[in-house]
Design a protein around this ligand. Structure first.
Ligand code: NOJ
Length: 546
């Protein structure tokens, strides 16, 4: 097995940092973050130790779904900057050893995309078959939807187009019509869009809802499965026919071929897929099918189980252990605790007493696992969910289901850089309210503080890059501590072994590690100090030793 960091491709070398560009740094006072803002913070990211940036969508968009509705796949929305600015960003990131990946939305376009405008223009349009058009079924009381599929953002997944007299499919909002991936012209056109970015020096893509691409050829009804959830009929269906069709894997193979042709000898390009299971379901096995052995399908896929877990040693263990056990031995795992769609882990898992200690524990957990950690902007300073008043809501999901669904704005609030006006994010009116805790919780305050979360993140990332066992080794959990709320594991490469012990409780606990050693990094102990086999762990202690 490889043991030097440099011999790994960039996406295995260090964390990938997700930026929600609207909320990162605004440099022109319009209240919305921009590419120039990201460029100015490259040194910050380098210093943090990230090796890649995933940019949430920055393409032109009418914002029905905040950029996940694209009208032009090979341009930048003026609110973020220009292609020229993007080129500088790629170049300057590259100079700092940071790769850029784009968020690529293949399943659907905006309804204002020229392809859809043309497709919609008539049944005879050359691009009619680029989208999914169907006649309604005849019912007792008139026209009925083509089948029972429901949209993730409310209502039926079909909208009737008066002009051409047919329904089109949209698995999200009606402003996001689904493309027909069974049409080879669509496949070619989209590969062309990916090529555009690869030619600009982008090193890969995060593929939005990649498992939705192809739909059942017969458009059969989804079966229902009843359970308590938000009032969305969508969530009461088992999505057997509108996702995960076998042909999707063939399409991913062709995307992979394209990426491989840009990969050079060091696996320089990377695809990471958002594989969405039925709502609330843990499906690491499904995500694993989209990676296979990692050679022809995706390089990485997200397992969202940590989004639905609790902060106990047993829960964390079972989520991680399941993930590793369903992956092929050749596949490379990745881990994610927060993103732009979910409540931040710092709110979801760390609320209540000892919240800062819990955040340190989650950081230690994700940065010492086997595989690539994904960090979400602000996670490194412990940003929490914003409380967004109804009149400030921006997210279509939040607006539609208010007050039953919290929406997604809460995890998209502006980055907290300083305790100054606009939190150092903007000199204008921010597009979403800044979380009032920015006065205490901000990058500037944490940068100079050796006990801050930010300092802890940096130290962990640095350690992960120093220790071959951490970046390239195997992982083996020590079951003995689980009943006692201690999650412990061995990371091994060759003769080297690093132990990670995490006390997932507010009580003093016994170390189940089974041996002593020398501390590499700890929340409670000095680096290089000895640690005894029978040492006791302080509440929420995180210690990595060798
Ligand atoms: C998943 C994305 O993460 C989410 O933000 C978006 O709304 C949907 N896909 C639709 O593109």
């Amino acid at each position: 097995m490889t043991s030097t960091l440099q011999s790994l491709p960039w996406w295995k070398q260090g964390p990938i940092y997700q930026i929600y560009p609207r909320s990162f740094l605004d440099t022109n006072g319009d209240g919305v973050g921009d590419l120039e803002g990201i460029r100015r913070k490259l040194d910050y990211l380098k210093d943090l130790g990230v090796r890649g940036i995933w940019l949430s969508p920055i393409y032109p968009s009418p914002l029905a779904d905040f950029g996940y509705d694209i009208t032009n796949y090979h341009d930048i929305d003026p609110v973020f900057g220009s292609l020229e600015g993007f080129r500088s960003l790629v170049r300057e990131a590259d100079q700092r050893g940071i790769a850029l990946i784009m968020d690529m939305v293949l399943n659907h376009t905006s309804h204002q995309h020229p392809w859809f405008i043309e497709s919609r223009s008539s049944r005879e349009s050359m691009k009619r078959d680029w989208y999914i058009w169907k006649d309604g079924r005849r019912g007792l009381f008139g026209r009925r939807f083509p089948n029972n599929w429901m949209a993730a953002f409310g209502g039926h997944a079909w909208t009737f187009d008066e002009q051409s007299g047919q329904y089109y499919l949209h698995l999200f909002t009606e402003e996001q019509p689904d493309l027909n991936w069974r049409n080879p012209e669509v496949q070619r056109a989209m590969l062309g869009e990916l090529t555009f970015w690869l030619d600009l020096g982008v090193k890969g893509f995060r593929l939005d809802v990649i498992n939705y691409l192809v739909k059942d050829a017969q458009f059969r009804n989804n079966p229902y499965h009843f359970r308590a959830t938000y009032p969305r009929r969508h969530d009461l269906q088992h999505h057997q026919y509108d996702r995960n069709q076998s042909e999707t894997y063939d399409i991913i193979r062709s995307l992979r071929d394209l990426l491989d042709s840009y990969a050079g000898s060091s696996e320089e390009t990377m695809l990471v897929g958002e594989v969405y299971p039925d709502e609330g379901v843990h499906a690491p096995d499904l995500a694993a099918t989209y990676i296979g052995d990692g050679r022809e399908l995706l390089h990485l896929a997200f397992d969202f189980s940590p989004i639905y877990t609790k902060l106990t040693a047993g829960d964390l263990y079972s989520v991680l252990n399941n993930w590793y056990s369903v992956l092929s031995p050749q596949a490379w795992p990745c881990h994610v605790l927060s993103n732009h769609d979910q409540s931040r882990a710092s709110s979801r898992l760390c609320a209540g007493p000892d919240s800062e200690a819990k955040k340190k524990l989650l950081a230690a957990l994700i940065l010492t696992q086997r595989g690539t950690p994904f960090l979400y902007y602000g996670e490194e300073i412990g940003m929490v969910d914003g409380k967004i008043r109804r009149q400030d809501l921006q997210d279509p999901l939040g607006k539609k289901y208010y007050p039953f669904h919290p929406g997604r704005d809460r995890s998209r609030t502006p980055m907290q850089w300083t305790d100054g006006p606009g939190a150092g994010f903007t000199e204008g009116k921010p597009w979403l309210p800044i979380n009032p805790d920015y006065r205490e919780r901000n990058v500037k305050a944490q940068e100079g503080d050796p006990s801050s979360l930010l300092t802890w993140y940096k130290a962990l990332i640095h350690l992960r890059q120093q220790e071959a066992a951490l970046h390239s080794g195997t992982i083996e959990f020590i079951q003995a501590g689980l009943a006692d709320e201690v999650l412990a594991y061995r990371r091994r490469i060759g003769e080297e072994e690093v132990l990670v012990v995490l006390n997932v409780s507010g009580q003093t606990r016994q170390n189940p590690g089974g041996r002593g050693g020398r501390v590499l990094l700890s929340t409670h102990r000095k680096s290089e100090s000895p640690i005894e086999q029978d040492t006791r762990l302080a509440p929420w202690e995180c210690t990595v030793y060798k």
